[in-house]
Design a protein around this ligand. Structure first.
Ligand SMILES: NC(=O)c1ccc[n+]([C@@H]2O[C@H](COP(=O)([O-])OP(=O)(O)OC[C@H]3O[C@@H](n4cnc5c(N)ncnc54)[C@H](OP(=O)(O)O)[C@@H]3O)[C@@H](O)[C@H]2O)c1
Length: 210
């Protein structure tokens, strides 16, 4: 069974993903800033205390992994280029350790060539540009970095995330195409886990919603 290097395991989507990954039999190396926020013991889970902004901590996490799953993101007080700088460390570590595949989480504000935004999508993107320009710019730059990396990347994008129970059904499209404006983190996590084995979306930015 594969080993996953997981970033953001203490977050809301990350925790859902971790539970699913362990239940599916994967080994997980999870980097968390505060291990007390991840009160979980499992034979296949290795918790690594560290920060995604530390190249050394990231390298320890990526070493020995088969696939990287990057679900960390801005929290209160995060630096402007958190996602870009963390992803840069991840890409560097992947090169050093010969890891080829990364699945990274972002939002529908991040544009992709297959998107056909409709009026509500333009409104949401406009609001994001005004309300959280830092997060949006960081998402765009992190995507540019992955696109230029030469790695097998998948950027999974979601709309507004909710904490509702898993439905087991969702749509996969692009912004404005086969899409709606929300998805539960449990279903999003299930889609992300599927991407570990599935290569159909390598080099693409699918948008997951109900
Ligand atoms: N919220 C939405 O509606 C929405 C919509 C579309 C897309 N997204 C995307 O989905 C992602 C996940 O959302 P979420 O609500 O599940 O996130 P969340 O609960 O806020 O979790 C963020 C995670 O990032 C970690 N993190 C932040 N800075 C870090 C650092 N320097 N080093 C290591 N870990 C760090 C946090 O760790 P700590 O526990 O240590 O803080 C936490 O585990 C977002 O970041 C965004 O890219 C969100």
């Amino acid at each position: 069974m594969k080993t996953l290097a997981l970033f953001g395991a203490s977050g809301k989507t990350g925790r859902q993903f971790l539970d699913l990954a362990l239940a599916a039999g994967y080994r997980v190396k999870a980097l968390v800033r505060n291990p007390a926020k991840l009160p979980l013991q499992h034979a296949n889970l290795e918790v690594i205390a560290g920060d995604v902004l530390s190249a050394a901590d990231v390298a320890r996490t990526v070493a020995g992994a088969d696939v990287v799953v990057s679900l960390f993101g801005h929290v209160k007080g995060s630096p402007e280029w958190l996602q870009t700088d963390g992803t840069r460390h991840i890409v560097q570590a992947m090169r050093e350790h010969g890891v080829r595949k990364i699945i990274s989480l972002s939002g529908g504000g991040l544009p992709y060539e297959q998107d056909r935004p409709k009026l509500p999508d333009y409104l949401i993107r406009g609001i994001m540009k005004l309300a959280v320009p830092k997060v949006l710019n960081d998402a765009i730059r992190h995507a540019e970095l992955l696109q230029a990396s030469g790695l097998d990347w998948i950027i999974v994008r979601g709309p507004r995330l909710t904490d509702e129970p898993r439905r087991g059904q969702y749509r996969v499209g692009w912004v404005g195409v086969n899409a709606s404006t929300k998805v539960g983190r449990a279903d999003l996590a299930a889609f992300i886990l599927q991407q570990v084995e599935d290569n159909a979306f390598v080099g693409k930015m699918p948008f997951v919603s109900y």
